[in-house]
Design a protein around this ligand. Structure first.
Ligand SMILES: Nc1ncnc2c1ncn2[C@@H]1O[C@H](COP(=O)(O)OP(=O)(O)OP(=O)(O)O)[C@@H](O)[C@H]1O
Ligand SMILES: C[C@@](O)(CCO)CC(=O)[O-]
Length: 521
């Protein structure tokens, strides 16, 4: 793919209208859509995955290692460039009911472009510049004035992330554009939704600034790695706008995909990232307690605990780091053995580590009664080990199912040693559905108590690009060179399933759909 996206054409008119279109939950909200235009560049799309943290959340903010893997739930950003005569930039994020348009000329370019502030796209930006954030405030204060304070805060943080990147990577001559985002990742549930959003935004803006090459199939791995690194650095900056003090693990895994052990001991230097290329195929279950919370709040809780009880809190964080270390060694041995299966002993060891990790997170004060209830249900059923994943305070938990406890016979118990892209999570939900005894009961209890069970695949691709936004979807339009995904179509499809069906990176057979491209390392 070339990076020359923006052509010059000032001959056409662009208008932005309003219509009703459903959000991810099928609710109807008012969204802008494009009525007619001859765009400067074809619409294109970017997609980035969420993640689960298998071990080490919170401790990773304080310099300890953590292990995480990309999931197949993803965010999708549609980019529609307007004509040269338009001077506006718009965000339509219907999942969180955010829609706003700014005048490009009114944005604080002089502050962002001041020689003392101006950053290059290849700079290692490790922290937010608070003067720059302050210069955005009048522009983010103007967003969603009639919404309740909690939603306004969410909108303001999201808008800050976007504007910070737009003004850092763009220029006063940036073209008018509409950025529409929909996601299959539940927000604020521990699955890295914010990182997937900022990875999409950073990628789109870098592409528009001609600061990325590819992705293309023959791209050498080192060149791909450079592009991913560039995206990841700016996505981290976006994460800082949304949740204050991120470690960088979420945006790293969302950018590069697969699975990794991540550690950042010094915020002024790049983190160490050890890719896990042969992550074992484990019977995992991912359950959302449906208790929404904010990562920023949970991270701040741990910081406060550290202030009040430094030695004790540091001891707990150190212990979590050791849990991750032990898990990495066990997984490393399984990788070295190249064994086709994960032994029962390995599963037990990893499960016990999950139990310990959760207990330590409880000690840090980041669990929630709903997470404890979920753990009790799994315990009662005697089918495995559960820990919260992500920031806690609600959100999601992962359960490593114990094949023995689930009453599976040996053939069902065998799990395949795998390259990283082999389905890792799909066994959990299947075991739940086909299971006997404790599993059947657990399935009933989860439903009765309003928990949501997710089926996802671990270790898939990182950020991907669909340029132009055209796919072969089997529709009539597809027969003639592909179906163009315009903004209206993208915003009109119903729910997560509709988005996946229209533009999903994974096709019906769960292989990568033709058209989507990735930087591979
Ligand atoms: N679908 C979406 N559309 C727009 N913005 C979103 C969407 N999903 C998430 N976000 C952004 O991410 C924020 C949620 O981020 P938060 O860090 O609290 O949760 P998370 O990233 O899902 O969890 P964790 O960091 O524990 O993995 C939202 O407030 C919003 O700014
Ligand atoms: C809680 C935390 O460790 C994980 C959030 O997914 C925060 C972070 O690492 O940025």
């Amino acid at each position: 793919m070339s990076t020359t996206h923006v052509t010059d054409d000032s001959s056409s008119e662009e208008s932005v209208g309003r219509r009703s279109s459903p959000d991810q939950n099928g609710r109807t909200s008012r969204n802008h859509f494009r009525k007619s235009s001859i765009p400067l560049a074809p619409p294109f799309m970017v997609s980035a995955p969420g993640k689960v943290i298998v071990y080490g959340e919170h401790a990773v903010v304080h310099g300890k290692p953590a292990m995480a893997a990309a999931i197949s739930l993803r965010s999708y950003l549609h980019v529609h460039t307007l004509t040269k005569s338009s001077r506006t930039v718009s965000l339509f994020f219907p999942d969180i009911s955010l829609s706003h348009t700014w005048s490009i000329d009114a944005l604080p370019w002089s502050t962002f472009q001041h020689p003392s502030k101006k950053r290059n796209y290849y700079d290692l930006v490790t922290a937010l510049d608070h003067e720059l954030v302050a210069s955005l405030k009048p522009h983010t204060d103007a967003v969603s004035p009639d919404y309740p304070p909690h939603e306004r805060r969410i909108h303001a943080h999201t808008a800050t992330a976007f504007l910070y990147l737009f003004l850092s990577l763009g220029s006063p001559r940036s073209h008018s554009c509409i950025y529409s985002l929909r996601s299959a990742i539940p927000p604020g549930a521990g699955l890295g939704s914010s990182a997937s959003v900022t990875v999409c935004l950073a990628t789109a803006l870098l592409l528009q600034a001609h600061a990325l090459s590819g992705p293309h199939p023959d791209q050498p791995a080192p060149e791909s790695a450079t592009q991913l690194e560039r995206i990841n650095r700016w996505a981290f900056v976006g994460e800082c706008c949304i949740h204050g003090n991120p470690s960088g693990i979420d945006n790293t895994v969302s950018t590069q995909g697969k699975a990794a052990v991540f550690q950042r001991t010094d915020y002024a230097r790049p983190p160490s990232v050890r890719m896990l290329r042969r992550f074992p195929s484990l019977p995992l279950l991912l359950v959302n307690t449906m208790q929404v919370r904010s990562t920023a709040t949970e991270v701040a809780k741990v910081a406060r605990l550290r202030e009040g009880h430094p030695e004790i809190a540091d001891g707990v964080l150190e212990a979590i780091g050791r849990v991750t270390g032990s898990a990495e060694r066990v997984i490393g041995r399984a990788e070295e053995d190249g064994a086709e299966g994960v032994s029962e002993g390995t599963i037990r060891h990893l499960g016990e580590l999950m139990g310990i990790n959760h207990g330590l997170l409880v000690a840090l004060g980041v669990s929630h009664p709903k997470l404890e209830r979920l753990r009790a249900l799994v315990e009662q059923a005697g089918v495995g080990w559960t820990k919260l994943t992500g920031a806690g305070g609600g959100g999601c938990a992962i359960t490593l199912l114990d094949p023995k406890g689930c009453g599976m016979d040996h053939s069902e118990r065998e799990t395949k040693g795998s390259e990283i892209d082999v389905p890792l999570m799909e066994k959990g939900p299947k075991m739940l559905e086909n299971g006997v005894g404790g599993l059947t009961q657990l399935q009933r209890d989860l439903e009765a108590e309003g928990f949501e069970k997710f089926e996802t695949i671990l270790g898939g691709d990182g950020v991907g690009v669909l340029y132009p936004a055209v796919l072969h979807n089997g529709s009539e339009e597809s027969q003639e060179g592909g179906e163009e995904i315009d903004q209206e179509k993208f915003l009109s499809v119903q729910g997560r399933d509709g988005v996946e069906k229209l533009v999903g990176v994974l096709g019906p057979g769960r292989g990568v759909r033709e058209g989507w491209r990735f930087w591979t390392v």
